[in-house]
Ligand binder design. Structure first.
Ligand code: PEP
Ligand code: MN
Length: 306
């Protein structure tokens, strides 16, 4: 049937597109309008193994794209700790575009992450992609990551909501703000409000030409205006280019991001099998951590002086 043949009221609503005005209906548990207790500008503090998201001091999560071996993960973890980052990332189950590519080490990778955690004390965030594996991953991880490709996997969102662990919810690469917050609401509906949002770049006409995705910095103030959840930025997947990660990190913090999720490699132990072009070294990470701390102190100083 052509749209022109539809009854008028159907044609008027045919796109089903959400707007910010729909948020009180779509995500009443999470949006500011329906939760005046957050005073219009306060952020919910989400705690992960002693690390606090949303309390003003930016959280830097860093680590390899994938756990590839014991040696590689320990070398990167030591660099991450030395640089002063707060948490360790690393994928044991990897969402890869081709089924022929390295899919991650699975439970063995989770064990390596635990060893890295024991050595450094850094809490771990790692991705879970399968409802059948939520319980397993939750036994090892301090925080469960939902990747961009699974942002609208509603049974998976409900399952991580029930797992009793904080969740890092990455934005779908083509998701609107309403769809992203609607996804977060699936987790919240299970009684788990310990959710941190993560902007990781969106598909746009320029994607792939000079960067992997387009880092949507504009969404940060929009998130802060519409929900009390903390939001961080992944400059690694957003740009796909190692030399862009440091300026993108600084820009994200200027836009109000509560933290960063960054991929790091120790090139001395070998080139990563996964996302090597966007991995930065420990020295660059240390500069980013220092910038984050200094910027936070400057803001505190300016607030006290005002
Ligand atoms: C990741 O952070 O490991 C990852 C796969 O990112 P994304 O889901 O944003 O592509
Ligand atoms: Mn990656």
């Amino acid at each position: 049937m052509l749209i022109a043949d539809c009854p008028k009221e159907v044609a008027m609503n045919i796109s089903g597109q959400l707007t910010v005005g729909d948020l009180p209906r779509v995500c009443p548990l999470l949006c500011r309008q329906t939760n005046p207790g957050y005073g219009g500008d306060q952020t919910r503090v989400v705690e992960v193994g002693g690390v606090r998201f949303g309390n003003g001091s930016p959280v830097v999560i860093a680590g390899p794209c994938a756990v590839e071996s014991h040696e590689q993960t320990l070398a990167v973890t030591r660099a991450v700790k030395h640089a002063g980052a707060n948490m360790l990332r690393g994928g044991a189950y990897k969402p890869r575009t081709s089924p022929h590519d390295f899919q991650g080490m699975g439970v063995e990778g989770l064990c390596i992450l635990r060893i890295a955690r024991e050595e450094t004390g850094l809490p771990i965030v790692t991705e879970v992609m399968d409802t059948r594996l939520v319980e397993q991953v939750a036994q090892y991880a301090d925080m469960l990551q939902i990747g961009s490709r699974n942002m609208q996997n509603y049974p998976l969102l409900a399952e991580v909501g029930r797992a009793g662990k904080p969740v890092l919810l990455k934005r779908g690469m083509a998701a609107s703000l309403g769809e992203w917050l609607g996804a977060a609401e699936y987790i919240a509906k299970q009684g788990n409000l310990n959710i941190v949002l993560c902007e990781r770049g969106i598909k746009a006409f320029a994607a792939g030409e000079y960067s992997r995705y387009v880092l949507d910095l504009n969404v940060i103030p929009a998130v802060l205006a519409n929900t009390f959840l903390p939001v961080i930025v992944d400059p690694s997947h957003a740009t796909g280019v190692a030399s862009m990660v440091e300026p993108a990190s600084r820009a994200a913090l200027e836009f109000g991001s509560h933290g960063l999720l960054i991929e790091v490699a120790d090139f001395a132990t070998g080139r990563p099998r996964c996302d090597a072009d966007q991995a930065i070294d420990g020295k660059t990470l240390a500069r980013i951590v220092k910038f984050a701390q200094q910027r936070h102190e400057q803001l505190l100083f300016a607030q006290r002086a005002a």
